[in-house]
Design a protein around this ligand. Sequence first.
Ligand code: SAM
Length: 198
Amino acid sequence: MNIEKLKANIYLGLVHHPIKNKRGDLVTTSVTNLDIHDIARSCRTFGFQRYFIVTPLKAQFELVRKILGHWEEDAASEYNPDRSDALSIARHVESIDEGIEKIRKIEGTDPLICVTGANFDTFTGKEIDLLNKAKVDKRPIFLLFGTGWGLHAQVLERADFSLEPIFGASEDGYNHLSVRSAVAIYLDRIARASETMK
Ligand SMILES: C[S@@+](CC[C@H](N)C(=O)[O-])C[C@H]1O[C@@H](n2cnc3c(N)ncnc32)[C@H](O)[C@@H]1O
């Protein structure tokens, strides 16, 4: 598989449900305008295929659709995104499963579900291990990011791969990044890892 194709077969999901709150309970978080725009820019900059904003709340998905404007409605843009508009690759889905279904339609196969988090005790591997697995399995990747206090156990349990957290360099081990920062760091790491596969 060629590297550009490999990178293009990575789909990002910003999950607002199922999410955990401070106590670990299952919650749905609110969508933020900043996350939608900034993550779309990171995805476009690194050449990723599609960015799914996952929320089941009607009021919230109306807000997402308003922000995404005509990109949501324009069927032609599905395969021909306007390269000048980062939002052209962003789409709303009501659930992670709807995202999987959309990826299956485009790719003809189910994606590997890859989860991220700051506090994983154990994890499957680094970016290069993820890319190698996707290559061997001949599957696209659905890379999931949390909001609130992170992805709920329901999501972690169904994942095919968990990425090594970004540990940073603070002496006390603090590593709680905003989701926008975490996305940008991982996308750069994935792009660099994909270069080493050439
Ligand atoms: C828990 S949410 C916090 C959301 C926060 N309210 C915000 O403003 O972005 C942050 C998400 O970014 C990712 N993240 C943050 N820090 C991370 C780290 N050190 N390593 C890996 N992923 C991280 C995870 O996907 C996590 O679920």
